[in-house]
Write a protein that binds this ligand. Sequence first.
Ligand code: NAI
Length: 334
Amino acid sequence: MKHPVTLIPGEGIGPEVATATRRILEAAGVQIEWEVISGRADESTDQGQRVNQAAIDSVRRNRVALKGPMATAIAGGAPSVNVALRKSLDLYANLRPVKNLPGVKSHFEDVDLILVRENTEDLYSGLEHEVVPGVVESLKIITERASTRIARFAFDYARRHGRKKIHAIHKANIMKLSDGLLLESFRKIALRYPRIDPMEVIVDACAMQMVKNANKLDVIVTENLYGDLAAGLVGGLGVVPSANVGDDCAMFEAVHGTAPDIASKGLANPTALLLSALLMLHHLGERAAAEKIEAAVLKTYRDGIYTTKDVSGKANTEQFTNAVIDALGAPIAR
Ligand code: NAI
């Protein structure tokens, strides 16, 4: 039976990396029925810049989505479609495995960090207003419910994957109530997982630890604002995947954006979306296919002939994609 999956190709390099990812999954023989849909209501009009309700309905129906990046206007314009999708679908946990790839230069070796980011609240609530001219207020919302479920998600993940330590990242020395509530919830949940070591680190100290000893970090759990980190540790945005997980559905996407500087040039690195698709395959129970594709990706990086420019290689998107398909042992379909 084919797995029904919503595909939101996204914008900028999104459609390029989505096509590459689909080709590789198809070459590996994964059976997926893609429902391709735009993330925006109407891409051609200003009014249509908001999230497409039909995309939300499609993900609810299929319960699984693969998504390319979507642009968000800076200081004005429509609210983020990415945030709207995650919030509407209550995809409260953003999971980012940050791991070295063979042959990709980075400041650290042996990084194997799991970042768990709360996805639905904090300063991403988007609740801002002008109090009086020249004074604005932006609301940071932290609830016990969301803090507890993200802590539980992180500890469950750690237990299932044999992880030993979880660092809660906070700024509760200053934001005593909001970040304090996150920590309090973390401590309560930690008591139920005696085999996992709970640690607490102030966000500034964590940033320092990341640039000094990234390979000593195991699992991190944190609020929305502090969690958009870590891609630079292992070779950049082109290689870091993520999963947005809720109780009813899950949406898999790269951590990078639309990369307007290289869009439509055929230069994008599809690795981040491809690795996100592998997280999706594990979620769908397609473990063997995920492992087979991962082995082909690792071989392509180890060989180092067809890697893309962002990781100091020379290949374009298509050459990298063909190399992965070649490594799968499948014929190259164009
Ligand atoms: P970006 O991630 O799009 O690009 C930053 C730099 O990394 C650029 O030089 C780009 O060429 C490079 N890069 C990113 N992904 C790459 C890939 N796969 N292969 C090769 N190079 C890659 O970040 P930026 O420029 O800050 O954001 C552009 C737009 O994307 C903005 O509108 C932003 O809001 C949106 N965005 C969307 C996200 C999402 O949909 N989840 C996440 C992050 C940003």
